[in-house]
Design a protein around this ligand. Structure first.
Ligand code: ZN
Ligand code: ZN
Length: 643
């Protein structure tokens, strides 16, 4: 008796039942068997050593296949847990999945893991790796499993919730056994490069009402070289961390007394932010948007009409009782702009109506997930809503995308990616709006991107339930991708609010509505800029553009006169009038990433010159004030991303 195996090239071969994917790899080539990580059997990922029982399509995956790294990292997480159990047998195991950057495992243990423990664990992982222990798959009956894990509360809970009558477990070495779907590598010697990175607190199942566990993060790669490159990248990311730079450069803070996720911009951060806001408002003006201002709270009734009251309730701050009604802080600006649109009768001649605002919104984020400026509870959107006719929509979308790309260019981002999220053609019924609306909207998004030569990746069935969208993601200086701008159709709100305009035919019509935010959140965009530039903002954004550094007190008058002159020309300038050595002043200005240091001694004071030092290019020699000003003003005029 034999079963039939079909390979990716379409060839078929009979093999005895019980043949393992690794045997098939071996029969193709020893090299493939060596490189094999996991198999895909009838579309499902399989251990290389799991016997095949019936006819199957079999594909052998190597490090080139994206799924392989996930399996490899999940196996490294098991290796971590096995090492922890050997060293600290009292530990209870939570979950240990692979993640985008590596893997983690959650542990419950009375004592806290120390950095020294991490080193010991890593050393033990290498010992286990050298012993070439197999990852063995075992099938267990649910009832038996519950008995077996009765001392392991988290595993028991998971088995109760997730296990079928029978479930798979994976063992590694004498101590470690895990309720786990797998698949895994055949054995530990396949794991070649890994590193434990950090210890963090994590709640069981991510819920802060549950017990707090200790999470060990690590990463793993197929080669040492890839691991080292990754570690260098994290070091670089740490150096650029906006929370660290935010403190060092005195840009912003989060105040314990006020609460988490609420941002305080300090004077220097305020200057940068003002540049962002001014630029955006100027652009609104140039591009035919009307600037509006709306309140921070509104009656619950408004949120009932918009629907947020029910479907967005988990993301909103709790309601507050006032004497006349319940009120709610706004999580979005859209309903407010709709009220302005609706405040008067609109005819087709008034359209398009483009209402823009730098609107501060509040959203409830769980305490564990907040992160510097990137994830907060209060933030300001550069939020605009466009109301237009079907005939206008393609031009409107083109305008939005053009605006988005100009925003990226202005702030020094050369590389970006765009995604167009579409619906499922109505297959699931989960999308709002009529098929004609979806067709019109998606075609406008396609045509507008084509007009601009913007290549979009189509993401089928990834749209919001209320309409399709284009997302633009930027690539920063160290290759990280950040979601930034969104141009999003909305078929739901115009219907809920019964929006209308009078058409050329004299009859009422429903306008199309588009939400668009280009910075997304001003706070978050600010954080991205800090990291992209590692705190060394382009001259036009820099909080202080030039620091005047007198060598002795005798040049103080000249320094102050100079400051007044540069300020009159529009520059942001400080004088370091402390009684300190000029080298120290230079060092500190350099640490503050001030673009220009103007050293003035007796010679400069007499000749009316300045000795220019640039933060990137060092000493530029003596220049007349006119020459220096001309150079800087040109950079400012062009909003040059670097000097
Ligand atoms: Zn597992
Ligand atoms: Zn909106």
């Amino acid at each position: 008796m034999s079963i039939e195996v079909t390979l990716p090239d379409g060839s078929r071969q009979p093999v005895p039942p019980g043949t393992r994917p690794v045997d098939i790899a071996q029969s193709i080539s020893p090299r493939l068997a060596r490189e094999a990580v996991v198999a895909r059997v009838n579309g499902e990922l399989y251990d290389l050593t799991r016997p095949l029982e019936s006819d199957a399509r079999v594909e052998i995956l190597t490090p080139k296949d994206p799924e392989s790294l996930t399996v490899y990292r999940h196996s490294t997480a098991h290796l971590l847990a096995a090492a922890v159990l050997e060293l600290f047998p009292e530990t209870q195991l939570g979950i240990g999945p692979p993640i985008e950057t590596g893997f983690y495992y959650d542990f419950d243990r009375p004592a806290a893991f120390t950095p020294e423990d991490l080193e010991k664990i890593e050393a033990r992982m290498w010992e286990l790796q050298k012993r070439d222990l197999p990852f063995e798959r075992v099938i267990t009956e649910k009832q038996e499993g519950l008995r077996k894990y009765s001392g392991a509360w988290m595993k028991c809970e998971l088995i109760q919730e997730r296990a079928d009558q029978q479930f798979s477990e994976y063992t590694l070495g004498p101590y470690f056994i895990d309720f786990c779907r797998g698949p895994h590598l055949p054995s530990t010697s396949k794991i070649k490069a890994f590193k434990l990175l950090s210890i963090a607190g994590a709640y069981w199942k991510g819920d802060e009402h549950n017990r707090q566990l200790q999470r060990i993060y690590g990463t793993a790669f197929f080669t040492q070289k890839e691991l080292e490159e990754y570690l260098a990248k994290i070091e670089e990311a740490k150096r650029r961390d906006h929370r660290k730079l935010g403190r060092e450069l005195d840009l912003f803070s989060i105040q314990e007394l006020a609460g988490p996720g609420l941002i305080f911009f300090h004077p220097k951060g305020g200057i940068v932010r003002k540049q962002l806001e001014d630029w955006m408002r100027d652009q609104y003006h140039k591009r035919g948007y009307s600037l509006v201002y709306t309140p921070h709270v509104a009656r619950a009734e408004l949120w009932k009409t918009s629907g947020h009251y029910s479907f967005y309730a988990d993301n909103m701050f709790k309601r507050m009782e006032l004497d006349d009604a319940e009120y709610q802080l706004k999580p979005m600006n859209c309903p407010f702009h709709i009220l302005i649109y609706q405040d008067r009768q609109r005819s087709y001649r008034d359209l398009p109506v483009r209402l823009g605002e730098l609107g501060t919104v509040y959203r409830y984020e769980r305490s564990g997930v907040m992160h510097g400026l990137m994830r907060v509870r209060g933030f300001t959107q550069d939020d605009a809503h466009i109301f237009c006719t079907p005939e206008q929509i393609e031009d409107e979308i083109t305008g939005c995308l053009e605006f988005a790309l100009d925003t990226l260019r202005t702030f020094g981002f050369e590389n970006y990616e765009a995604e167009l999220s579409t619906w499922d053609n109505g297959a699931s019924g989960k999308y709002d709006g009529a098929p004609e609306q979806w067709k019109l909207a998606e075609s406008a998004l396609h045509k507008a991107s084509a007009r601009l030569g913007l290549r979009v990746k189509v993401m089928p069935d990834e749209a919001a339930f209320y309409g399709p969208k284009i997302d633009v993601k930027l690539v920063d200086a160290i290759g990280r991708l950040w979601q930034l701008s969104t141009v999003q159709f909305d078929f739901t709100l115009p219907r809920r609010f019964e929006l209308e305009y009078t058409g050329e035919d004299g009859k009422p019509h429903q306008p199309l509505m588009v939400h668009r935010a280009l910075y997304g959140s001003v706070e978050r965009f600010f954080g991205i800029l800090v990291e992209h530039y590692a705190g060394a903002f382009p001259v036009w954004l820099a909080p202080v553009q030039a620091a005047i550094l007198p060598i002795t007190d005798r040049q103080l008058d000249y320094a102050r006169e100079l400051k007044a002159r540069l300020e009159a020309a529009g520059l942001r300038v400080t004088v370091d009038d402390r009684n300190e050595k000029v080298n120290l002043k230079i060092r500190e200005a350099q640490l503050q990433k001030i673009p220009y240091m103007l050293v003035v001694g007796g010679r400069e004071a007499e000749s009316g010159q300045v000795s220019v030092r640039n933060r990137k290019h060092g000493d530029q020699g003596a220049k007349t004030v006119e020459d220096f000003l001309a150079e800087v003003l040109k950079l400012l005029e062009n909003k040059a991303p670097s000097e």
